[in-house]
Design a protein around this ligand. Sequence first.
Ligand code: IYR
Length: 231
Amino acid sequence: MKNKEDIKVIKGFEHVKYSHVHYSHEEMIARSKNFYHWLETRRSVREFSDKPVPKEVIDNVLLSGSTAPSGAHKQPWTFCVVSNPEIKSKIREAAEKEEYESYNKRMSEEWLDDLKPMATDWKKPFLEIAPYLIIVFKRPFEYDAEGKKHQNYYVNESVGLAAGMLITAIHDAGLVTLTHTPSPMNFLQKILDRPDNERAFLLLPIGYEAEEVYVPNNRRKSLEEMAVFYD
Ligand code: IYR
């Protein structure tokens, strides 16, 4: 319970007092540098180990993801967590079917060319090997108790932010993931029996990386390449 003094009614609604932790400039510089160097070690991984991961870690990373800001604080997301081997197999089978079509018919020559450095193809064994799959669903609208529809706001932005924070939390826990987007993704809504106000947004396999893993030798944009400063 908040103290009475910590609560203020503003424009008819309760607000709670907030203050963030502050650091000296030196400390801020050191912390932001350390955090950057830590995040810089994150890589998308496509080969997973089946080594078990505590369920509590999954709960915690989901709670971190769900701290994201969202339009009108509607939190327009649902995270489906799949560890059931039969459901994982169904997802793999359906995803590979779509991916096979995409790689062989739907993707342009230019797109396939751009993907060559990633050495990807339609085969997705990680969907069965990773101990958990998190399927992020966006919720474009909600139903109220009377069944009336209410639109959510900035749904893609909000769910994208939640996914980014989730990926950061997964990295911080010492696990790896991949932002997998089998396309089209509607098979996930069917397999997981989701309501019609949910659309699959992203699939994240989570676990430890396989014993010996190589990732593309990508370089990230430098500050000069990705930022413009207007002093
Ligand atoms: N969804 C496919 C293809 C793919 C597309 C992009 I853009 C990538 O950055 C990586 C893969 C797949 O998952 O293989």
